[in-house]
Design a protein around this ligand. Structure first.
Ligand SMILES: Cc1cc2nc3c(=O)[nH]c(=O)nc-3n(C[C@H](O)[C@H](O)[C@H](O)COP(=O)(O)OP(=O)(O)OC[C@H]3O[C@@H](n4cnc5c(N)ncnc54)[C@H](O)[C@@H]3O)c2cc1C
Length: 312
């Protein structure tokens, strides 16, 4: 995109952000699936001020941008993304905001990893986020995706979410006022989650640690963690597990290039080595068509697919 290519435009970005600024960066190096073309800009603001400065700059100049976290639920097509991906990984503050006899409020900036939150909860004997054990995302990505597992989801422990829409100040919105749904928080495009306040319950360290270890053990047994992947590809439907349907239809093991429907878990697509985003996306289409043809069920993807095809 022209607006991010000329020297002056690049200098402007450097004035706003002190963190890493990568131009023409291959997303296959950053996404957990190991696929994805070049983004015009991948930029890592170091704090909320840099982030809001950057978002305001992009909004004012109509430069397309997308906030991202750890890219564990994201596929950028092989033709890349015209515009900027803003990684929130540099926003790393975590603080105890207060608490009472039974609950404690924790504020975490968007770039904090969910595993750090789980570690903190064990350290401080706080219960509520054990289910996040093994989910490799960030707080921001977790909130946007309303990440969940084992019958729990982030919205269950969210007191408020801090949002920036490109104008004015960051606003803290109470969790109950936000449109959380299964694997999504319905905020307008371009709205960036800068952090969240979680309420956790005081508990017993050994019990919390035990639950976390059990969950990690179950995940190791069920998930194909020896290959690159983006977690569950399809959303489950009420009463149906997408993985189970895929398994029943004998689709496991189906391949396009180096992308394969995992032999271990039907709802995972793994990169056997040199898969391209187009291989993964073609495979997703094959699975959807088989499930529609044989069961009449329309599977919706949980993974987010953005950007342009190679020949676009
Ligand atoms: C091995 C494995 C296991 C997984 N298990 C689970 C699981 O059990 N449950 C589950 O729910 N998910 C699971 N996932 C998927 C993924 O980890 C979660 O969806 C996670 O919450 C995504 O976080 P992220 O930081 O990687 O987000 P990204 O992949 O970077 O982004 C995902 C989406 O959120 C948006 N986004 C990211 N950050 C922000 C922000 N700050 N503000 C606004 N929008 C933002 C992006 O634009 C994108 O649309 C798994 C993934 C893997 C690889």
């Amino acid at each position: 995109m022209e607006m991010l290519r000329d020297r002056e435009a690049r200098e402007t970005i450097k004035k706003i952000v002190s963190g890493r600024i990568l131009f023409d960066e291959l997303m296959s190096c950053h996404a957990s699936m190991g696929v994805g073309g070049k983004v015009d800009l991948l930029v890592f603001p170091e704090n909320v001020e840099e982030l809001t400065g950057l978002v305001s700059h992009f909004a004012k100049n109509s430069i397309p941008f997308l906030p991202v976290g750890n890219c564990t639920n994201l596929i950028v097509r092989d033709g890349g993304f015209r515009g900027a991906l803003i990684s929130l990984k540099g926003l790393q503050k975590v603080e105890v905001k207060g608490g009472g006899k039974e609950t404690v409020l924790i504020y975490a900036e968007a770039g904090v990893s969910l595993s750090q939150i789980v570690d903190l909860s064990i350290r401080e004997s706080l219960s509520g986020v054990e289910f996040c054990a093994g989910i490799p995302g960030s707080v921001g990505g977790g909130v946007k995706m309303n990440a969940g597992a084992y019958g729990r989801e982030l919205k269950d422990v969210i007191k408020s979410v801090s949002l920036f829409n490109g104008e004015g100040e960051v606003k803290e919105i109470p969790g109950e006022a936000l449109p959380f749904e299964y694997r999504n928080l319905g905020i307008p495009e371009g709205t960036t989650i800068t952090g969240t306040t979680l309420y956790l319950s005081r508990g017993r360290k050994e019990e919390i640690q035990k639950r976390v270890s059990e969950i990690l053990e179950v995940r190791k047994g069920k998930h194909p963690l020896d290959h690159r992947n983006a977690g569950s590809v399809f959303k489950n439907l009420p009463g149906y597990s997408a993985g189970q349907i895929i398994d029943e239809l004998g689709i496991k093991g189906t391949r396009v290039g180096d992308a394969q429907v995992s032999e271990k878990h039907g709802n995972f697509i793994v990169n056997l080595g040199n898969a391209k985003a187009s291989d993964v996306i073609s495979l997703i289409e094959i699975v959807r068509q088989r499930v529609m043809g044989e069961r009449g069920i329309a599977l919706d993807t949980e993974v987010k697919i953005v950007g342009e095809d190679e020949d676009a």
